[in-house]
Design a binder for this molecule. Sequence first.
Ligand code: SF4
Ligand code: SF4
Length: 254
Amino acid sequence: MIDSKQFINTRHKNQKINYDNVLKELVKEWKKQELRPKLLIHSCCAPCSTYVLEYLSEISDVTIFFSNSNIHPKEEYIKRMLVQKDFIEEFNKRNNANIGFIADEYAPSKFIKAVKGFENEREGGERCHICYEMRLDSAANKAQELGFDYFASALTLSPKKNAQVINESGYVLQEKIEVFYLPSDFKKNNGYRRSIEMCEDYNIYRQCYCGCVFAAADQGIDMKDVNKNAKEFNRNHKDFENFKSLLKTGGNII
Ligand code: SF4
Ligand code: SF4
């Protein structure tokens, strides 16, 4: 497989890197060499994965990895996981695709420990950088364990997430394992706009806060309400019982 780092090394040191262009160079090379790589893409809920799947499933074999111990409360975590699964199933059906779905274990104490001392940072600050890294790290390790060619995150689709920080973290992790990092800035090329269209088309739930209890408190979100709505959604979902059993261990869903 091809290491995309080579496309970055040709750039000037002080130049801000356009990671969308780096991905394009990598894809060009896959096509030239007739490669169809296996990708493990971290996603925190369905919206960001929409356009990412549309873009990448044409040229690679994609599996979505749900690893988000930052999400609070547990009912909301289960809801986002169920919504993600429903979207992938529908996407596969409509596009005759074969996207896989793997869940990580749900370990909220791991997140709380990781961001200790940074709880009061504003959204987008150091707490979020730690949070991106925690999830990318899990994706990198899972990709290595299961023999994927690349790992990445759909997070770069969100305009609220710092794509520079996410990509830099990805390359740091790449140095520690045998799997390559897949660079991205999925919001480019109208990716973000397309994700909104796809959310409407697939009737996808879009959450009102990023995920952690700190961001929710900052935004004045009523957690009781979030919990109540999520609980109601989950109890009415046919796969709720199966998903509950996966919280401690993680595992293959699709
Ligand atoms: S960044 Fe936000 S919208 Fe995108 S997948 Fe994560 S929680 Fe969902
Ligand atoms: S605001 Fe979002 S990215 Fe930042 S720490 Fe909370 S869950 Fe993570």
